[in-house]
Design a protein. Structure first.
Lengths: 64, 398
């Protein structure tokens, strides 16, 4: 399982093995990801794209 | 066998609103090394029980939480260390020119420190800085912190079994402390056996933790631990470099600051170390196994440096106990895109006097002034020292 979390820190953060996430942007992380600089935006199964290349999934909430 | 690599661990910190009341740390500070530990002071139970061996169990003792942390002195993180050591004044500035944080002698903030230890997270709360050594290793500013904390939370055991569906609370056993939930915070994730729950309450009874209803089945004694955070790093500035440090030495703080203003008037140093010390009062007493309170006592500071011998002035100053002043200005990268401002650390010592000044002779080597200055209170300036830091961190973060 994975979940989508939003960077609420107000600054760009880099997460080891996941990638760089700009402020207020979201990223798909493993289900056991726990970090107070991020809040859960959505819980769900990983997309096929994530399964295949494990690339960072950065999405803008406003565009979704 | 599961193994854990130090490189994968972290130090995360955050200022506390109330001294000794833990918060979930959000600021990740890259470590060079750390050796903070809880000294439990267990002693052998020596009561006479008919045994022919020294003892058959250990009894609890008063605890201390202390040790050293080494980090690089970069413009972002040195602000937190200064905020622990000194009193921060009002921050001025903005994101364009940088924020300027003034620090004066006085009580700083306490912090919560959380250190990942591979298999568990180790949290210390009510963390005070006893001493900070600002030195340079390979030309990079390095900070060695000696810290003391009011308590710790890391691992525990289940005191009452969890029996399946609809569990909303757990009770920790009291083998470590009668208040084993001290230091945990609503929002913390804890692991029970292999199950994770997010805390919704840390109860005042000292043993109970609440969480959203879930199915959990665990027997008494099952391991409970604070789950490690996932690391998130902000853009990290370079440390201050000795190559970008200007040191001014003068008869007064004003003259020293003027001398530190340019390379032509600054004094070239080949080694520099500053020790700032708070001399913490930290004693055990009634009401807790941990330190009841930690209080900064009389502050002091020492400056050690090496410069080339260029005259008899420093020898005279040593013998005559002459007042001098030292201003140290370390600059970093530019902040304003037009290069009008940059990261800047300014440390002013208003009144320093030499307690050691050696001019040793070595075959084939230039003679040096190897000096130790005691930092003294200056009656005229009405202060011993102050610090100013310009960086890109808003004052609200400290």
């Amino acid at each position: 399982m994975s979940k989508i979390v939003k960077n609420i820190s107000g600054e760009t953060l880099s997460i080891p093995n996941i990638g760089t996430v700009e402020a207020d942007k979201t990223v798909t992380v493993p289900d056991d990801f726990s970090n107070p600089n991020f809040e859960v935006a959505r819980v769900g199964k990983p997309t096929e794209e994530v399964k295949e290349d494990r690339a960072p999934q950065i999405k803008d909430d406003k565009k979704r | 066998m599961t193994t854990y690599l130090s490189d994968s661990q972290y130090l995360a910190i955050k200022p506390e609103t109330t001294a000794g009341t833990a918060v979930i740390p959000t600021i990740f500070v890259p470590l060079v090394s750390e050796s903070v530990k809880t000294i439990v002071n267990h002693t052998v139970d020596r009561r006479l029980k008919g045994n022919t061996w020294k003892g058959n169990t250990l009894l609890r003792g008063n605890r201390m939480h202390e040790g050293e942390i080494v980090i690089l002195g970069d413009p972002t993180n040195i602000g937190h260390i200064l905020n622990m050591l000194m009193k921060k004044g009002s921050t001025t500035g903005d994101t364009t020119d940088g924020y300027v944080h003034p620090f004066t002698v006085g009580a700083g903030d306490t912090y919560t420190f959380e250190i990942s230890k591979g298999a568990y997270a180790q949290r210390y709360f009510g963390v005070y800085v006893e001493e900070v050594t600002i030195g340079f290793v390979d030309g990079q500013m390095q900070l060695t912190l000696s810290i003391k904390a009011m308590g710790q939370v890391s691992v525990a055991q289940l005191g009452v079994a969890l029996t399946g569906a609809g569990m909303t609370t757990l009770i920790l056993d009291d083998n470590y402390d009668n208040v084993p939930n001290r230091g945990l915070v609503v929002g913390d994730v804890i692991t029970i056996g292999t199950d994770d729950v997010t805390l919704t309450s840390v109860n005042a009874d000292g043993v109970t933790l609440g969480f959203s209803s879930t199915s959990l089945t665990h027997s008494i004694g099952v391991a409970v631990n604070l789950k490690q955070l996932a690391v998130s790093n902000p853009s990290l500035p370079d440390p201050f470099y000795l190559g970008n440090v200007l040191v001014g030495i003068g008869a007064t703080a004003s003259a020293a600051t003027t001398a530190a203003g340019s390379r032509s008037t600054a004094t070239a140093l080949y080694d520099l170390e500053i020790v700032l010390k708070n001399n913490l009062f930290s004693e055990n007493g009634s009401s807790r196994f941990d330190p009841v309170q930690i209080i900064a006592q009389t502050p002091e500071a020492l400056i050690t440096l090496k410069q080339l011998l260029s005259g008899q002035e420093q020898k005279t100053a040593h013998l005559h106990r002459t007042k001098q002043a030292i201003t140290i200005i370390a600059s970093g990268k530019n902040i304003n895109p037009d290069f009008s401002t940059n990261e800047l650390l300014t440390i002013k010592f208003n009144n320093v006097k030499l307690i050691e000044s050696d001019n040793a002779l070595e075959v084939g080597e230039l003679i040096r002034d190897e000096q130790s200055f005691e930092v003294l209170y200056d009656d005229g300036d009405a202060q011993a020292m102050d610090v100013s830091l310009r960086n890109l961190v808003a004052g609200t973060v400290y």
